[in-house]
Design a protein around this ligand. Sequence first.
Ligand code: F6R
Length: 240
Amino acid sequence: MKLIVCENYGEMSEKGAKIIAELLKAKPNCILGLATGSTPVGMYEELVKMNKAGEITFKDVTTYNLDEYYPLAPDHDQSYRYFMNHNLFNHVDIDKSRTHVPNGLAGDPAAEGEAYDKAIENAGYTDLQVLGVGQNGHIGFNEPEEELYVGTHLTALTENTIEANARFFASKDDVPTRAITMGMGSIMKARTILVLAGGKNKHFVVSKMLDDRITAFVPATLLKLHKDVILICDKAAYEG
Ligand code: F6R
């Protein structure tokens, strides 16, 4: 795992955006796996700036997001589809028909998961997967558990995740308790994985990612089995 420790969030966002920009220049029709949450917002802002300045283009890029709350309509202002449109897609020259987020209203979530993985496989898997990490070590919404799923699936969110995400909703009771998430399979098949972790409350998971053990109870530790992971964190997450 390649570790980059930054002074602050701004530097993390710039470093992350630079890695994605280099990929876009080298492979304009690349497949990106994207994440939501607070952490990548600054990086998306940097990418929007570079796109507006004509330094990079998303014209031929395809994207697959990690997850979506369930059940939640794509036009709900807390849906991850809405998040992606408002933080990135609406501001760059991407063809929206090439952007994919699991359907939070799927009548048959198991079939939705299977089709989502098949689409990623048919696209040749992602060139780069962006990940944030939960305070409890989740990636996507693969929550700490004895057994993790390989495929995209419907999952229950842990109390810790619901509490952490309540800040985006009117109250904790409004946070959906389930989500459709990419499983470990599509994540681990990405050619490169770019993990962003900022702030003291991510210190636990960052320290677990940097020791020499793996456990499904901290799903981010499984990334140690992947041969091309870049972890960008700030000093607060690194030092605690
Ligand atoms: C988001 C996702 C989650 C977040 C994680 C960290 O698509 O899959 O795993 O990356 O919950 O969220 P923030 O960045 O808000 O701390």
